[in-house]
Design a protein around this ligand. Structure first.
Ligand SMILES: Cc1ncc(COP(=O)(O)OP(=O)(O)O)c(N)n1
Ligand SMILES: Cc1nc(C(=O)O)sc1CCOP(=O)(O)O
Ligand SMILES: [Mg+2]
Length: 207
């Protein structure tokens, strides 16, 4: 399996956002470290998820940027994406691994060491761990686990840990010091006045 990028851009498909414009801006400056995770609103149709994934794949291909699909693993398979990401409300990790096959990248959400270890045992190739900070991007999250919570997970597993939830470039040194391999962001890029510049700052902090 090729090495995982350290900057995971999660698509922002909320009203008023333009995930493909953000991706076009970010690709030239971040492609060496970039992974794109296609995440659509729960209300989106599979067809919408499929079309967005195809567009992301087309934009990322010249740069060799891998694309993962959140939740909807059939969309990952149908589009030839590199893999997927699952959490507590999605297919169990072992089932997701069965669906995607042994070569795919499979991320799983974990918030504490026990579930992290279980996810890795079941076949996760990386973990998304958070929320590290408070975030308005997603409703219904538990309280932030902070840097200490992230470190506890890092110490329990041997796969890359991707910190998520309210992460900005300013947080990266502390998260990396705690053992995070990389970060996953929505707002830090999608909400930036200049996404290319924000991506460059994130990559500089991560590498
Ligand atoms: C890298 C990364 N980490 C965590 C998540 C969250 O996944 P999940 O808990 O399944 O929640 P939804 O994103 O599906 O709402 C993620 N997507 N990516
Ligand atoms: C989709 C998602 N999952 C999270 C988790 O902790 O499981 S936090 C999150 C949203 C991340 O967006 P932002 O970078 O804008 O905070
Ligand atoms: Mg999910």
């Amino acid at each position: 399996m090729p090495s995982l990028g350290r900057l995971h851009l999660i698509t922002d498909t909320r009203a008023g956002r333009d995930p493909l414009a953000v991706l076009r801006a970010v690709l030239p400056v971040a492609h060496t470290q970039l992974v794109v995770q296609v995440r659509v609103e729960d209300s989106a149709t599979d067809r919408q998820a499929y079309e967005l994934t195809r567009q992301v794949l087309a934009l990322g291909a010249p740069y060799g940027v891998p694309c993962l699909v959140n939740d909807r693993l059939h969309v990952a398979l149908a589009t030839g994406a590199a893999g997927g990401h699952v959490g507590a409300d999605d297919l169990p990790v072992a089932a997701a691994r069965e669906v995607l096959g042994p070569a795919a990248v499979l991320g799983a959400t974990a918030r504490e060491p026990a579930t992290a270890l279980a996810a890795v045992t079941a076949g996760a190739s990386y973990l998304g761990v958070g929320p590290c900070r408070a975030t308005a991007t997603k409703d219904g999250l538990p309280p932030p686990i902070g840097v200490a919570g992230l470190r506890a997970v890092v110490e329990a597993v041997e796969v890359p840990v991707i910190a998520i939830g309210g992460v900005t470039a300013a947080d990266v040194p502390e998260l990396r010091a705690a053992g995070a391999y990389g970060v996953a962001v929505v707002g830090a890029l999608s909400g930036a006045a200049d996404p290319a510049r924000a991506a460059a700052e994130l990559v500089r902090a991560l590498t």
